[in-house]
Design a binder for this molecule. Structure first.
Ligand SMILES: [Zn+2]
Ligand SMILES: [Zn+2]
Length: 144
């Protein structure tokens, strides 16, 4: 499942959190949702770019322009010529972002994650990508 805009809209970040929870991640139930917050300035508005086929998703802070790969994705895989800037149908490319994490039963390992968004322009909620996580542990929870 990739880059799908839903028909749902959300007024607030809380609506986005609820959406991320409902969508699941690679078919698993989402246990934890982390809203993306810029470590540099605290902003929650981002541009989103990446190569979804490589499961590499990068967010660019709209305030301080710092760049972060969501949940440790990509980085070394991301090739400049395959990077696309994601945009909403309304013309905006400013998003609130949230990552849904599916944990295993003991909640000490992440099985899968999903990247979801809320368009700041029109409120539309979207599901960008999800993938299985093969690293053990829960460090990625703090790398949304
Ligand atoms: Zn920032
Ligand atoms: Zn929009």
């Amino acid at each position: 499942m990739t880059a799908m805009a839903s028909d749902e809209t959300g007024e607030t970040i809380e609506d986005l959190i609820g959406y991320a929870r409902e969508q699941g991640a690679v078919g698993f139930e989402v246990d934890e949702v982390r809203v993306c917050v810029c470590k540099g300035c605290g902003s929650r508005v981002f541009g989103l770019r990446g190569d979804l086929s490589q499961q590499a998703v990068q967010r660019d802070c709209r305030d301080c322009e710092s760049v972060h790969f969501i949940a440790g994705s990509g980085g070394r895989h991301l090739q400049e010529d395959s990077v696309a800037l994601m945009g909403c149908d309304c013309g905006s490319d400013d998003f609130n972002l949230a990552v849904g994490f599916a944990l295993d039963k003991r909640r000490d390992t992440i099985r899968a994650l999903a990247v979801t968004s809320r368009c700041v322009g029109c409120g539309r909620l979207g599901y960008w990508d999800d993938w299985l996580v093969h690293d053990s542990g829960t460090a990625l929870l703090d790398m949304a």
